[in-house]
Write a protein that binds this ligand. Sequence first.
Ligand SMILES: *Cc1c(COP(=O)(O)O)cnc(C)c1O
Length: 371
Amino acid sequence: MKIETTAIHAGNQSDENTGAVIQPITLSTTYLRDQDGSYSSGYIYSRAGNPNRTQLENVLTKLEYGADAAAFSSGNAAGMTAFQSLKPGTHAICPDDMYHGLRNQLKHMFAGILEFDFVDVNDEQVLIDHIKPNTGLIWLETPSNPLLKITDIKKVVALAKQYQINVLVDNTFATPVCQHPLLLGADMVMHSSTKYIGGHSDLMGGVLITAAKDEWWTKIRQIQELGGAIPSPADCYYLTRSIKTLPYRVKGHVQNAQLLADFLVKHDQIESVLYPGLKSHPQHEIAAKQMDYFGGMLSFCLKGGEAEAKKVVNKLKLFAQATSLGGVESLIEHRASVEGPGTVTPQNLLRVSVGLEHIDDLIADMEQALS
Ligand SMILES: *Cc1c(COP(=O)(O)O)cnc(C)c1O
């Protein structure tokens, strides 16, 4: 089945009792036992499992071509579960521009439990130099945030396999529509479903999707159940509902992002535009090879510095000044201020989550703000 069909059908189970076509939200925290004490429904207690979560996990498994998925209450909870699943003392290699929330999680919550290095994962020699006997995980995030750097997933997987290291890809920016890391050989995929999967900036969620139901996955499932960082049945319902339009929303985001990038590149107030769909992007070839679409996120650097960048943000009317991404409305932010002291993000950089407004209106707004 094609992704548009999967997105609509794989997460829904019509209700046999009432004939409701759309699956109801099951709020009950506890489930009836049979007379012999068994649980023939397959559900016992909602922390361990809930029908809405099952359906959400089913559709996400299929969208990423995985063997199973586990849903969490946020992207960071999904990331935390991946780190908690590693044996204490394991060494992880992460990108030097890893999503700052997870980078801070490692630094503040896992120091003394795991070892980790933040390196340029796009430099093969740097990767090789950092591999140690206890290295168990290479974490990738491509396109990266906010520099939109592209990592060649297949190439890193080939190297990791030689050393029996697992590769996990944070696929949040790419969405399950633009890129399928498991098909490129990765072992696990992570999403913040708060972003494109939810798509309306109104709920938090995260997910891990595995290529194999192996020992590592058993540990992930155990942490999901015992740790309890699970999404509510209503959030699972809304995510499943949002996923039905995900392929069409993402294609709209991608189309608008490409057109906005083409406009910005030609503007004389702009120093550079970072979008993998531009031929001028240093890793455009790799992106074209491993992505079906180039995504809805872009960044651009203004001529001038922080003051010029902030002035443009304040003049924009349609692009809301706010963090986060993946919603139907366009958002823009001065990324260096969000990441705080110590950030490597240039002070003249603005990050845009290109929304689904008409592109003519978005370009007109950008044009007046830049003038
Ligand atoms: C937002 C985000 C996360 C964290 O997800 P939350 O849902 O905010 O916890 C992780 N990775 C990337 C790339 C993100 O954009």
